[in-house]
Design a protein around this ligand. Structure first.
Ligand SMILES: Nc1ncnc2c1ncn2[C@@H]1O[C@H](COP(=O)(O)OP(=O)(O)O)[C@@H](O)[C@H]1O
Ligand SMILES: [Mg+2]
Length: 385
């Protein structure tokens, strides 16, 4: 019996230590979460053992930005696909060294990869860099990667994949909860009470931090609006807000997901040029207002009498954005995912450890009512050591 069949034969009998790696659209860093997962009475428990956010090596980040923003040679994609796995391997080594954890005890690794393209509706495709085979061979640990393709192959949008995680950890017995993640993009999951027959609804709602970050970089040469202070000191440019709100994405029916293809550097550059006569803080305030608006507008349209908004992702640290979310929906309570026992910075990395665990347990992870896929599927490609 090889190490993999041996692993699966014992899979459900004991806790599994799984690493999840998330690299989101913000490009702010590489999130690595070591989690302990176990199946108990048909539920999957998850406990975060160690978490680390590592900086992207500078040239790697520059290469990714080049790939995202301009036509680039295919050799560059191929190079990043391979090299990113080496970077991920180093993150896992660093995590083990820092936490004094024995790497041999890790059962498997789940990687999201770095999205380079995601446009399943128009072009029927999604592409994440980070090669599972390379990582599995470097560390001699099974890797699950490319979680989105199976759903896209079944006619789905391949995103968001986090709703199954939200369902497991943020559902209530009595209320409709809303899980919100504010990363580069923002997404929501509307979670009906646990035993309800109402289907889960979820989607990306629009740009989360990506426009705020781009404007901070352009005007102040810093990567984000720390605690939302620039926005707090700016004024809404009403004409700009109206224009931003008129983007077709917000009215696009579900299922829908989005990325830097629509809300990337070009869009930010256009805004800076068009509204160049206004103070920078007013532009930052206006895109912050946009994020608060599209999240709460989608919640209002997609949910019936919701109870609590549960926020995770880096946007949680933007205190002004949190204030505007709460003001837009005063009737809802607002809390961070910590209130439900999930570290809000580690949530998405934990989610990919969870998805990896489900795949190796033979469980499907997409929710067809969310993505539009024709059926449920076990997600990801498995790479063996
Ligand atoms: N202290 C802070 N104040 C305001 N925004 C913050 C702060 N810390 C992080 N962020 C925002 O969170 C983003 C990273 O969020 P993250 O959830 O990692 O997104 P992604 O999944 O796209 O990588 C940063 O780019 C930044 O915009
Ligand atoms: Mg991030």
């Amino acid at each position: 019996m090889n190490r993999f069949t041996n692993l699966l034969s014992n899979w459900n009998n004991k806790p599994q230590y799984i690493v999840g790696i998330m690299t989101g659209t913000s490009l702010d860093g590489i999130d690595t979460a070591l989690c302990r997962l176990q199946t108990i009475d048909n539920s999957i428990t998850i406990e975060l053992c160690h978490f680390m956010c590592s900086e992207y090596p500078t040239t790697m980040k520059e290469n990714i930005v080049t790939l995202l923003n301009e036509p680039a040679p295919i050799s560059m994609y191929s190079h990043i696909h391979h090299e990113l796995s080496r970077v991920y391997a180093q993150c896992i080594r660093d995590l083990c060294t820092k936490s004094k954890y024995d790497m041999n005890s890790i059962s498997a690794i789940g990687i999201h990869g770095q999205t380079l393209w995601h446009d399943p509706r128009q072009k029927n495709c999604t592409l994440q860099a980070g090669n599972g085979e390379v990582l599995a061979k470097i560390l001699s640990i099974p890797v699950v990667s490319d979680f989105r393709s199976a759903d896209v192959a079944l006619g789905g949008t391949g995103a968001p994949l986090v709703p199954i995680f939200d369902k497991e950890y943020f559902s209530s017995d009595t209320d409709t909860n809303i899980a919100i993640n504010i990363g580069g993009m923002a997404n929501i999951t509307v979670l009906p009470p646990r035993d309800s027959q109402t289907p889960i609804v979820a989607c990306d709602t629009g740009p989360g931090n990506v426009l705020i970050d781009a404007l901070c970089m352009k005007y102040y040469n810093i990567p984000f609006d720390n605690n939302g202070e620039y926005a707090r000191n700016g004024f809404i440019i009403h004409e700009m807000l109206q224009e931003l709100k008129s983007h077709l994405f917000y009215r696009t029916p579900l299922p829908k997901s989005t990325g830097r293809e629509f809300f990337g550097q070009d869009y930010a550059d256009y805004l800076c040029k068009t509204y160049a006569n206004y103070p920078p803080n007013d532009l930052i305030r206006t895109v912050t207002e946009l994020t608060a608006w599209h999240i709460t507008d989608h919640i209002a349209r997609l949910s019936n009498n919701p109870g609590t908004m549960i926020v995770a992702g880096g946007g949680k640290h933007n205190l002004f954005l949190m204030k505007r979310l709460k003001e837009n929906m005063p009737q809802l309570s607002l809390c961070s995912s910590e209130s439900f026992g999930i570290n809000s910075d580690a949530k998405e990395a934990m989610c990919f450890a969870y998805l990896c665990y489900r795949t190796l347990s033979g469980l499907p992870s997409n929710i067809p009512s969310v993505t539009g896929a024709s059926r449920e599927a076990i997600l990801g490609s498995i790479s063996l050591p």
